[in-house]
Design a protein around this ligand. Structure first.
Ligand SMILES: Nc1ncnc2c1ncn2[C@@H]1O[C@H](COP(=O)(O)OP(=O)(O)OP(=O)(O)O)[C@@H](O)[C@H]1O
Length: 267
């Protein structure tokens, strides 16, 4: 049974005359890792905002475990591209705060758990640093550790590695896979990314969005067993085929939209 569901969801932001999302339907299974790719402005972040309960849908139904999503809740953790850490707290205190907020732990236990999480993300020597004293990749590690401190069943990740360099990105991807399966229960993850290789490395399924207004053009199953190894993956003919399929889906849609715009403008 699907854990997260969007059923014919549309969203027009107040004051806009064009919908950001139109008739979007998508179902995500418990424990599934779904990646969403699509052209810029197609409504990927808006979809995260809807599922997070931060933005109300104009029409349609969003559910988590068959319950309508109407507001943010501790059952969904969100990670944005811009780290969103409290700048006045050290790395350790950012995590302790999340543990206390989500009633996961208090006092000494919270401190110990926060240290463990920072150790997992490779930052045990930086626990007393403030966000401004950390590099972008390190800040993103803290943000991910903080999100996983919440131990939510659902993770909504909006380009969490967008601002991170290629080397750090690879290790953050592996870290995410590690956290996905940590504590015995597999989380349900929706990851928005611009990077097709990232989607193919991480996800069970990839939803390709149309240019705005966003809806699902096609979902593609990623057939590779886990653990996946980058070196072998990229040499697999199925990988090359899938990558080309997704690229051509994206390019075809963009070209068709351009033709429509140019046709409409009488060019
Ligand atoms: N708060 C907002 N108010 C009004 N319009 C918005 C708002 N947020 C997004 N939009 C519009 O909704 C559409 C979809 O934006 P969204 O950020 O969801 O796309 P995206 O696919 O995440 O883009 P990108 O890949 O560039 O991050 C765009 O036309 C954008 O201008």
């Amino acid at each position: 049974m699907a854990l997260l569901k969007l059923d014919s969801v549309s969203l027009t932001y107040p004051g806009d005359d064009r919908p950001a999302i139109a008739d979007l339907s998508l179902a995500i299974e418990q424990g599934e890792f779904l990646a969403v790719v699509g052209p810029s402005g197609c409504g990927k972040s808006s979809t995260i905002g809807l599922l997070a309960g931060l933005t109300p849908a104009t029409s349609g139904l969003l559910t988590l475990n068959d319950n309508p999503i109407l507001a943010p809740g501790p059952d969904r953790a969100v990670v944005f591209q811009d780290y969103s850490l409290f700048p006045w707290m050290t790395a350790l205190d950012n995590i302790i705060f999340a543990l206390k907020e989500s009633c996961q732990a208090t006092g000494k236990a919270a401190r110990q758990e926060a240290k463990k999480l920072l150790d997992m993300v490779g930052l045990s020597s930086y626990i007393h640093k403030y966000p401004s004293e950390l590099s972008g990749g390190m800040r993103q590690r803290v943000a991910i550790a903080r999100a996983f401190a919440l131990d939510a069943p659902v993770y909504l990740l909006d380009e969490p590695f967008g601002a991170v360099d290629a080397k750090n990105r690879v290790s953050l991807q592996d870290l995410l896979l590690q956290l996905w399966a940590a504590n015995g229960t597999q989380k349900t993850i929706l990851l928005v990314t611009h990077d097709i290789d990232e989607a193919l490395y991480l996800a069970d399924r990839i939803a390709v969005f149309t240019p705005g207004p966003g809806r699902v053009l096609k979902t593609v199953a990623v057939p590779f067993s886990r653990p996946r190894r980058r070196f072998f993956l990229v040499q697999d003919p199925r990988y090359v085929e899938l990558r080309n399929e997704i690229l051509s889906l994206l390019q075809k849609e963009i070209l068709e939209e351009l033709q429509q715009v140019e046709g409409g403008a009488g060019i």
